[in-house]
Design a protein around this ligand. Structure first.
Ligand SMILES: Nc1ncnc2c1ncn2[C@@H]1O[C@H](COP(=O)(O)OP(=O)(O)OP(=O)(O)O)[C@@H](O)[C@H]1O
Ligand SMILES: [Mg+2]
Length: 239
């Protein structure tokens, strides 16, 4: 069997509040295989965002390590880490995080500019991505001229800009009505069917049903779901 695309090995994370260390993660280990569709669930404050941010290299663990496609994030230089984030991971957030003064197409193009993709290739990719998320006719709109669901589609297109193998999403449907939320999940499901590895957080059990595996966090620890289920094994969604 090939090495998992994401290895989370005994991660601990504490935040210093004044002199007191507040534990957010307390020994989390998790392997994610290439092509998996994994959902993280758990009560508010259980450590979901902290875990996603550490997996995505946006935050550092206090102890333990994360290996993405064979690269140990903790051992990478700032530059190498930034590059890995740019090329190997797409991020989607609850509040879309689009640049307000950039049009939809400029938002999608931004990560390609950072990755030094040539202008012609950028234009072609951007057009194709906006088409894929159903927004070809909104390319020159600013985020403020788009609905929440449309803004999240732009954010998805942007996350795909450099064709990363991994997509990381924190409450991506949290601000959307359920119809729009389902449409976003179907889009992400299609990406997974094309081979993308997806890790997402949701509070909504209806959205969690899209996942192939649900990992439950409680108080900074994994309750269940740290091992990939054998093919055909139903996962347990009950709380
Ligand atoms: N920057 C920070 N400074 C101090 N404590 C933090 C920080 N970020 C998170 N925490 C603490 O770490 C714990 C886990 O927070 P985290 O944001 O990961 O939870 P979550 O599961 O994503 O919750 P929610 O469902 O509300 O988004 C919480 O107790 C929180 O107060
Ligand atoms: Mg959170």
């Amino acid at each position: 069997m090939t090495e998992p695309i994401i290895v989370v090995d005994n991660i601990h994370k504490s935040y210093l509040m004044g002199k007191e260390a507040v534990p957010a993660l307390r020994g989390v280990s998790l392997n994610i295989e290439q092509g998996e569709f994994v959902c993280l669930m758990g009560p508010s404050g259980s450590g979901k965002t902290t875990l996603l941010n550490i997996v995505g290299g946006l935050d550092e663990p206090s102890r333990g390590h994360v290996v993405i496609k064979g690269e140990n994030l903790v051992a990478l230089s700032e530059n190498a880490l930034a590059r890995l984030r740019l090329e190997r991971m797409g991020f989607i957030f609850q509040n879309y995080n689009l640049l307000a003064n950039f049009t939809a197409q400029e938002n999608v193009e931004a990560p390609m500019v950072l990755a030094k993709v040539g202008r012609k290739e950028r234009k072609q990719r951007t057009e194709r991505l906006l088409e894929r998320v159903g927004l070809a006719d909104r390319a020159t709109h600013y985020p403020g001229e788009l609905s929440g669901g449309q803004q999240q589609r732009v954010a998805i297109a942007r996350a795909l800009a450099n064709n990363p193998p991994i997509l990381i999403a924190d409450e991506m449907t949290g601000d959307l009505d359920s119809e729009t939320g389902f449409a976003i999940m179907r889009l992400v499901q299609a990406l997974n069917e094309d081979g993308m590895t997806i890790v997402f957080v949701t509070h909504d059990p209806r959205m969690a049903e899209f996942a192939g595996r649900v990992v439950q966090l409680r108080d900074g620890k994994i309750l269940n779901g740290s091992e990939q289920a054998a093919p055909g094994t139903p996962h347990n969604l009950s709380e």
